[in-house]
Write a new protein. Structure first.
Length: 386
């Protein structure tokens, strides 16, 4: 929890911080009970949060930033963004992310941006496309309907909106600022307002635009913030925010990492949905369900919890046991971002075990070695007994 003395920020800045990040932060105003300080507690979010006039709140992850970059690369299916293993802050990670995106955009612009067709209707001195005879009337020139190639398509609008959101951001590195500026100039004339993060799901990727898939994946975290999203062309631009919800990121990372490392004999399904028997539309959505690849037999369930200390809560155990009973398995795992929480216990026929990633490590290989080996050993033991 961060405590900010009453005089360090103005009331207007405090109100703006509370208004803009009501979903990301728990905010308490000064009172005699808290030493006349503003108290800010994150709801699992890290990142950069600009507020007020020129103020910036920076929240860093609780673990090694080099590993944080590797997790982002794995979850978003990115090439290696940085080979530097030095400890950096979230602001540096943001600039690495943006510079890598700008480099990819400039490479694509050099090869040629994707273009679509736009239907136009206007009067011309000559016939172009289809002449609309019924609308010719007594005018000097015929009215024509035709299609023209244009860069103003959804694929380019998504990138233009993300780049425009960076317009007022003050970059620490000049090389990053120049690349972003140059990339933004490539999209002059492309409409950027009204673009939402969900618009990325509307793009159908094919042979001509498949290079955009990576760039759009990197634009999503930028478009999710209030700053880069433009409701209309005349809106006042704010500094961009860059926030990452760590519980969601860690859950997606666990699914991606384990699906790669468990081997061909085990198939992992993330966000596995199973309907409750005899219910009217009720179902469970499991973080992860593990199946035998050969027989499609369920082997275990796993639930991901992003907390670094303490013991498993009763509600966490109840939840994962209910998942195991619903799927008809006897193995259930609670996965944490630390190896300090180690417990094994039985609830009826279900054996519950806590597993953890060592997020104090620098590389993914060493961070996930313990959980990967434990899962393989326990599941293979279960397969042999069955």
């Amino acid at each position: 929890m961060l405590s900010i003395p009453n005089g360090e920020i103005s009331v207007e800045q405090a109100l703006d911080l509370h208004r803009r990040y009501a979903k990301e932060l728990d905010f308490t105003f000064p009172s005699p009970l808290n030493g006349n300080c503003y108290q800010v507690r994150t709801r699992g979010v890290v990142g950069l949060m600009p507020f007020g006039q020129g103020a910036l709140l920076e929240i860093n992850p609780q673990f090694n930033s080099c590993l944080f970059i590797s997790i982002l690369e794995l979850v978003y299916q990115l090439p290696r963004i940085s080979k530097d293993t030095a400890q950096v802050k979230i602001g540096n990670i943001f600039e690495l992310w943006v510079e890598f995106l700008a480099s990819k955009i400039l490479q694509k612009a050099k090869r040629g941006l994707f273009m679509g067709y736009k239907t136009k209707e206007e009067r011309r001195p000559w016939v172009k496309g289809r002449m609309l005879v019924d609308r010719f009337a007594s005018k000097a020139y015929p009215n024509c309907r035709f299609s023209e190639r244009t860069y103003d398509v959804l694929e380019n609008r998504i990138i233009a909106a993300a780049l425009h959101g960076l317009k007022r951001y003050t970059f620490k590195r000049e090389s990053c600022r120049k690349k972003v500026l140059k990339a933004r100039m490539e999209f002059n004339g492309v409409k950027y307002f009204g673009i939402r993060p969900d618009d990325c799901d509307l793009v159908h990727y094919h042979r001509l635009n498949r290079e955009y898939k990576l760039m759009h994946a990197m634009c999503v975290p930028l478009l999710r913030q209030e700053g880069p999203i433009m409701a209309s062309k005349g809106d006042e631009m704010q500094w961009p925010a860059f926030t990452v919800h760590m519980p969601t990121l860690f859950e997606r990372f666990c699914a991606e990492y384990l699906s790669l490392m468990l081997g061909a004999g085990i198939r992992l399904h993330s966000q596995f949905q199973t309907r409750l028997k005899g219910s009217q539309g009720l179902s469970f959505r499991l973080d992860m369900a593990l199946f035998s690849a050969s027989r499609e037999q369920p082997l275990a369930v796993a639930d991901v919890k992003y907390k670094f200390d303490g013991a498993p809560l009763e509600s966490d155990v109840q939840q994962v046991v209910a998942y195991a009973v619903q799927l008809g398995v006897s193995l259930a795992y609670l996965i944490y971002p630390t190896t300090k929480i180690k417990q094994t216990f039985e609830v009826g026929p279900v054996q519950v075990q806590t597993l953890g990633f060592d997020l104090s490590a620098i590389e993914l290989e060493s961070a996930g070695r313990y959980i990967r080996d434990e899962l393989k050993k326990l599941i293979m033991k279960s397969l042999d007994s069955s």
